[in-house]
Design a protein around this ligand. Structure first.
Ligand code: SF4
Length: 195
């Protein structure tokens, strides 16, 4: 039976995390462990490095997806989380999609304001989505605790992406601008019509 009870879900998430770590393909683990030195040695531009990191994250996500309750059409986290993007991620969205940042910053997003790229509960820039969206993983059995009424109210075990985080930190520091701004402020009205 699927449980929404807090303690049961926390226990499930803990077990799920252990299961994922146990079952991750060794090649993928080794690849993550080697990420930072590769990016440190690389002379590529930060935007290209971001692209390569996102490709690896897609690969990683492919391996853990079967263990997550996340699925197309569930967009709770596109409403209730801070959706921070850096200059590099904005440039990546502009490179990969027709969307452009608006000339002036939009207002601070209100509670539960959806991401401007959310269209009929689906991310319309999925291939270009920011780091936080790629990194967000839910280990509970259902999305019950992702609901805006409950999100962030309780703590759940999380997956660590230590080397991914370190690689992103390096890329951002090389880009010269790691300041985050909410995606709803950057793309609030002008570019993100999504259609
Ligand atoms: S960019 Fe896509 S995945 Fe990220 S919050 Fe917006 S709609 Fe959701």
């Amino acid at each position: 039976m699927v449980s929404t009870d807090l303690l049961s879900e926390q226990k499930y998430a803990e077990q799920n995390r252990a299961r994922i770590i146990r079952r991750l393909p060794p090649k993928l683990v080794a690849k993550e462990e080697g990420l930072l030195p590769i990016f440190q040695k690389s002379k590529r531009k930060p935007l290209r490095k971001l692209e390569l990191l996102f490709e690896f994250m897609d690969e990683l996500h492919g391996a853990i997806r079967p263990y997550l309750p996340c699925k197309k059409g569930c967009s709770l986290c596109c409403h209730n989380q801070a959706i921070d993007v850096t200059e590099l991620e904005i440039a990546f969205i502009e490179q990969e999609t027709p969307h452009r940042r608006q000339a002036t910053l939009g207002p601070t997003p209100g509670p539960r304001q959806p991401c401007p790229f959310l269209m009929e509960n689906v991310c319309s820039i999925y291939e270009a989505r920011p780091f936080l969206c790629r990194r967000h993983t839910v280990l509970t059995q259902t999305s019950h605790w992702c609901h805006p009424d409950r999100a962030n109210a309780e703590e759940f075990p999380l997956l660590g992406f230590t080397e991914v985080d370190r690689a992103m930190g390096l890329i951002l520091s090389e880009s010269g601008n790691a300041s985050p701004t909410d995606i709803r402020v950057i793309f609030a009205a002008s570019g993100a019509t999504g259609n």
